[in-house]
Design a protein around this ligand. Structure first.
Ligand code: MTE
Length: 318
């Protein structure tokens, strides 16, 4: 039976507080000057053989006509430093990562904090298909058919208070299950943030699936953020904690290299990374191979999101 969203109460999906996950934070010593999407391989080395998209999707291109990548490409070329720095190794190393049961703790400046079960969230908030371009800061890109629900739906349920200005997201911290977190070069757990108006924007989703199926571990199962006008490193994976806060959160990448990775991370061809140009990207093609294409301001979502940044200096607030 479909429950109208008007009848969904946080009480209906909140779990007992005693079931809160035990989260422990550590601060890495020193910063490694790695690219947020780095790893030393080129996109062409990782491109899968030509193939048509597979899986259950309703359209095969995004709204600009860019064909979606294949399931094999999207699930075998990943950034997930908790498992590996090598994009093609993540899928194998994350294969046995157990993502069920899973809860997200939502707290901070909200009227209805609680522990939300992922399966219940999926049933009540009903993920829908969203085909988005993913532009990695390291200048490769893909087109991905996500299944997700607007983050705004979840935030509305928990009722941010008037003092809430930002949203902070956190990946699971578990060095036994995510061995990359033993690397002291990073301030684990992986943390990201959005301004509240960015978080409430309809394009911003929490993805739970891809190609009509549940997410695989390498793509951030069971739930990850997707903000299509920002560089891919904002898409924090395997989220266990969301907090509404007053101060701008410091992300893992901001603390690793503050001159290279800003809070906003908006895709912008006119603001170069200190070590490379952002004017072009290497689009990994579903048909095989790689095409060099100009990068679009806000990753091509300018009409929808430019108003969020009116009056801001995007070179300073990068
Ligand atoms: N989330 C966590 N927890 N750890 C990571 O290393 N990498 C980010 C982002 N989310 C990362 C993460 C980067 S750099 C990118 S480009 C995207 O995930 C890649 O998502 P994908 O592998 O699904 O394409």
């Amino acid at each position: 039976m479909k429950i109208p969203s008007s009848q969904i109460t946080p009480e209906a999906i909140v779990l007992n507080r005693r079931e809160f996950l035990k989260l422990a934070g550590v601060t890495g010593a020193g910063a490694w000057m790695l690219a947020a999407c780095g790893g030393g391989q080129t996109a062409s080395q990782a491109t899968q053989p030509a193939g048509i998209p597979n899986g259950n999707i309703s359209a095969t291109s995004d709204e600009l006509g860019n064909p979606v990548n294949t399931f094999d490409q999207i699930t075998n070329y990943n950034n997930y430093y908790e498992f590996s720095f090598e994009k093609e190794s993540v899928a194998g190393l994350a294969r046995d990562f157990v993502t069920s049961p899973w809860q997200i703790e939502i707290g901070g400046l909200v009227n209805k904090p609680g522990l939300y079960d992922i399966e219940t969230l999926k049933r009540t908030l009903q993920p829908e298909e969203r085909i988005y371009r993913l532009r990695c800061v390291e200048a490769w890109s893909m087109v991905i058919p996500w299944l997700g629900f607007p983050l705004s739906k979840l935030l509305t349920l928990v009722e941010p208070t008037s003092t809430a200005k930002y949203v902070r997201f956190q990946t699971l911290f578990d060095t036994a299950r995510m061995p990359g977190q033993k690397n002291p070069g990073f301030a684990w757990p992986y943390t990201e943030g959005l301004r509240l108006d960015e978080a409430m924007h309809d394009l911003t989703i929490l993805a739970t699936g891809m190609y009509g199926k549940d997410l695989l571990p390498q793509n951030g199962a069971p739930i990850r953020l997707v903000v299509p006008w920002k560089y891919g490193f904002k898409s924090v994976k395997s989220i266990v904690k969301i907090d509404l806060v007053e101060e701008m959160p410091t992300s893992l990448w901001m603390s690793a290299a503050p001159n290279e990775y800003g809070f906003y991370a908006n895709v912008n061809p006119t603001v170069d990374h200190p070590r490379w140009s952002q004017a072009y990207e290497r689009r990994i093609l579903a048909s095989g191979g790689v095409e060099r294409v100009p990068t679009l301001l806000f990753n091509g979502y300018q009409d929808s999101v430019a108003s969020l940044y009116e009056g801001m200096d995007l070179a300073r607030d990068f």
